[in-house]
Design a protein around this ligand. Sequence first.
Ligand SMILES: Cc1cc2nc3c(=O)[nH]c(=O)nc-3n(C[C@H](O)[C@H](O)[C@H](O)COP(=O)(O)O)c2cc1C
Length: 189
Amino acid sequence: MTDLSRRVMLTVPILLSACSPVASEARDMAKSKILVAYFTRSGNTKVIAGTVQRDLPADLFEIQPKTPYPDDYEATVEQARIERDRGIEPPLLGTVPDFDRYGDIYLAFPIWGETAPPVIRSFLKTHDTSSKVIRPLITHGGYGLGNSLSVLKAHAPTAQIEPPFIMEADQERRTLTQVRAWLSQLAEN
Ligand SMILES: Cc1cc2nc3c(=O)[nH]c(=O)nc-3n(C[C@H](O)[C@H](O)[C@H](O)COP(=O)(O)O)c2cc1C
């Protein structure tokens, strides 16, 4: 047997097995079983979600409403308040593909109106979280978690909810106040 034909004989079975359904299943199983799903407006929560996703590693999914919130902060606060008080669950732009294959869900969100943002309720409503482990990653602007954890429990009653990672982060309101104070000083001079 020539050197070349020996090499072909050795290589062909390897190539064939790589194309077989068993091999592709094995490749799928090697994909991450961990998901980081996050919602953010001003980016604080995105930094945390991205760090967790890269360090674990995990897959990353951004939770987005179908209709974006206004750019204006105060208008967003008002809309979020109405949605919270009326129990509105805004439709999402998309859902997580193949959600079934994830066991651990890191769910990252900011506190809005002393609770979880309405899209987090939408997310839990549209994804079957039974038998999942949920690890909340929560940012807030200084007023704490409010009732966000009981909202998670109510919307994911059969999930195992682990103690959250909590971090106080920049508040858009504080930034707006400082910028506006500076602008009005400019106008006075
Ligand atoms: C609509 C809205 C409502 C908020 N409500 C609260 C609140 O009730 N308590 C609080 O501590 N921070 C509140 N914040 C501040 C955010 O929770 C905080 O700045 C968070 O880190 C923002 O995360 P993000 O940059 O990922 O959007 C609110 C922010 C927005 C935009």
